[in-house]
Design a binder for this molecule. Structure first.
Ligand code: S3P
Length: 426
């Protein structure tokens, strides 16, 4: 579906973004593993997390929709052998985390996904999970899905992560719940710590010493309700939309402000953004609060590569902000962006070119010369929800056409409606 966005003179209002995708995946998985019944409040109900609900149902959990929420009846650590292939759709988090869970189970299961997910690197989880004792086969010797997993009999390992990836860390921690002896993971740089926080919420074993995270075999644990905060990654689109659109002020409420997710705020502040935020509550272990963004004249910056793991999903929307900034923005440390839902370095460069923005791309960097966005450009999402939304925002002030706009529903089904409401069209 193609979507024509007319030039937007102003954005005004307050928005509560949908639930956090990462926390929803983890809430569904741990609720499914727990013993007894619980409610996952305000989860994200979108393509990726509905795939997780379906996979956990196939593994024996009872998951039903209860209004906005999910009611979950867990299996008490013993998952059922699935009767069919498990389809992870577009969700890398689902495939990698559930590979960890299945490694701990005496079952046989096959994981597959859509064309994008079947191209994404799985060796980063299959290699350490095999070291723990799981038997895993897959295309290219376990580098690519479909993956076939027969788990059980795991032993803990000490593993230094070769990449800063919360998905790999989480896969090993989940497998570690079923392993003899301790499982230790060392991160090269801090990444989102939702798994550690959710483990604490359920009283599961978890110790953090700097970059080292340790867990061990778990006893059956009691189900417990969990409330999901608003997704900072979804809020990010509206933050930047308000900054680059004249005469705008947008307030986001109930947003997760976990410091391992908010690197974008640091960079936007450095760019001169009129931005404020406050943590107002701690919700089941996650800091939550509000963010307010007003129209700003941004300036280009050199981004600290250390911040990239703390804003790994926000690079497309940062590129959109850079397109409107005076001067040049240089973003290094982007090697992981090449293996996301699309090759995001290439997809960002192509969409900036489509919008008339001078850009250079290297193997792991982007250089963007701001201040030259043309009206009436074309956004090509490359089957990637965040590329669709980021460049729709980039084109918003002058008008833009978005191809395959339905991709937004992978993580943010109400995105287009929310945008129209803040633009005063609804
Ligand atoms: C996620 C981790 C990140 C992120 C993804 C969600 C998670 O992936 O890009 O959208 O929920 O753990 P990597 O672990 O590949 O960096």
């Amino acid at each position: 579906m193609e979507r024509l966005i007319p030039p937007t003179p102003s954005l005004k209002g307050t928005l509560r973004v949908p639930g956090d995708k990462s926390v929803t995946h983890r809430g569904l998985m741990l609720g499914a593993l727990a013993q007894g019944e619980s409610t996952l409040y305000y989860p994200l109900k979108a393509g990726d997390t509905l795939s997780t609900a379906q996979v956990m149902r196939q593994l024996g959990a009872e998951i039903t929709e209860q209004g906005q929420h999910f009611h979950i009846k867990g299996v008490g650590l013993r998952l059922k052998e699935p009767g069919d292939v498990l389809d992870c759709g577009n969700a890398g988090t689902l495939m990698r985390l559930v590979a960890g869970l299945l490694s701990g189970q005496e079952t046989f299961a096959v994981l597959t996904g859509d064309a994008s997910l079947r191209r994404r690197p799985m060796g980063r989880v299959t290699l350490p999970l095999r070291q723990m004792g799981a038997r895993i086969e897959g295309r290219e010797n376990g580098q690519l899905a479909p993956l076939a997993i027969r788990g059980g009999g795991l032993r803990g390992i000490h593993y230094e992560l070769p990449v800063a990836s919360a998905q790999v860390k989480s896969a090993l921690l989940l497998a570690g719940l079923f392993a003899e002896e301790d499982t230790e993971v060392v991160e090269p740089a801090p990444t989102r710590d939702h798994t550690e926080r959710v483990f604490r919420h359920y009283g599961l074993p978890i110790e953090v010493e700097g970059r080292l995270i340790r867990t061990r075999r778990a006893e059956p644990f009691a189900a417990k309700d969990l409330t999901v905060p608003g997704d900072f990654s979804s809020a990010a689109f509206f933050i930047v939309a308000a900054l680059i659109t004249p005469d705008s002020e947008v307030t986001l409420e109930g947003v997760g402000l976990n410091p391992t997710r908010t690197g974008l705020l640091t960079v936007l502040k450095e760019m001169g953004a009129d931005l404020s935020w406050e943590v107002t509550e701690g919700q089941d272990g996650e800091p939550v609060g509000w963010i307010r963004a007003r129209s700003s004249q941004l300036r280009g910056v050199v981004v600290d590569p250390q911040l990239i793991p703390l804003m790994v999903d926000e690079v497309p929307i940062l590129a959109a902000a850079a397109a409107w900034a005076a001067g040049e923005t240089y973003i290094p440390g982007l090697e992981e962006l090449r293996v996301k839902e699309s090759d995001r370095v290439a997809a960002i460069a192509k969409n900036l070119q489509n919008l008339g923005v001078p850009v250079e791309a290297g193997p792991d960097w982007l250089r963007i010369r701001g201040g030259h966005v043309a009206g009436g450009g074309l956004v090509e999402p490359f089957h990637d929800h965040r590329i669709a939304m980021a460049f729709a925002v980039c084109g918003l002030p002058k008008g833009v056409t978005v191809q395959d706009a339905e991709w937004a529903s992978i993580s943010f089904p109400s995105f287009w409606e929310d945008l129209e409401r803040l633009a005063g069209k609804k």
